[in-house]
Design a protein around this ligand. Structure first.
Ligand SMILES: [Zn+2]
Length: 235
């Protein structure tokens, strides 16, 4: 049996624990800070279903009896949004107008493609760094269009739903990164499927002004979503 001795520079085990926290900082000309905190405090349905880190079939395509595609049908583990939100989002803040990529009023982004999937990293890197390095944020843009309280709340709630969707993967990656990497991501061979999954699930929410956008918001804020949605889309 041949055993390769690892070289001294290859591995140095150091551990650090990280507490994920969400900081909201949207002070401004209107009580945006208060409005943002209101949206967070008024999440009525705190439960979401996430994938299991052991599920090799998490990303398999599934169809219902009518042949319609079921998205996320393998997500069966219920977790609390309040508990996990800071893992998906650590900052809610104003963005720089000049870094704005389009006319959107808000944007949820995270570095999961890099730290969980290794996208954009050196091809020599055989395994991504993992969920300890996750950074997620909601960037909002100050704009005359969101001076209305309910319209502002709609923009933030919409971006939060993008974050909740991402938790379907971020939670199991945090729960057991080794299992997640080998089972859900198939050791890196399933990365394209994760991209397709997010593309498909985004379509329901980013069909702006549609019944499906409203339904996605209503799931979490059943008694507010309609008012916020109406204020935003009829402004
Ligand atoms: Zn969106």
């Amino acid at each position: 049996m041949l055993r390769r001795k690892s070289k001294y520079w290859e591995c140095s085990a150091k551990k650090i624990s990280r507490t994920f926290k969400l900081a909201v900082n949207v002070e401004g000309t209107k009580p945006y800070q208060e409005w943002a905190e209101d949206v967070l405090a008024s999440i009525e349905n705190d439960r979401i279903l996430v994938f299991s880190p052991k599920d090799e079939h998490a990303l398999d395509e599934a169809l219902d009896e009518n042949g319609d595609e079921l998205i996320g049908s393998q997500a069966k583990t219920a977790v609390s949004i309040r508990e996990w939100l800071p893992v998906g989002c650590q900052f809610i803040h104003w963005g720089n107008q000049r870094d704005r990529q389009n006319q959107d009023l808000g944007r949820y982004s995270n570095n999961a493609p890099q730290v969980l999937c290794g996208i954009g990293c050196s091809p020599a890197m055989t395994e991504p760094v993992g969920p300890a390095c996750l950074v997620g944020r909601i960037t909002l843009y100050q704009d005359r269009l969101i001076e209305n309280e309910n319209a502002f709340k709609h923009v933030l709630a919409h971006e939060l739903v993008h974050c909740f969707d991402s938790l379907m993967f971020l939670v199991p990656a945090m729960q057991d990164w080794r299992q997640f990497w080998s089972n859900v991501l198939h050791g890196g061979r399933n990365i394209e499927s994760i991209g397709q999954f997010f593309h498909r699930i985004r379509l329901f929410l980013d069909d702006y002004g549609s019944a499906s956008e409203l339904a996605r918001l209503k799931k979490f804020w059943p008694s507010h979503a309609e008012v916020w949605f109406g204020a935003f889309h009829q402004r």
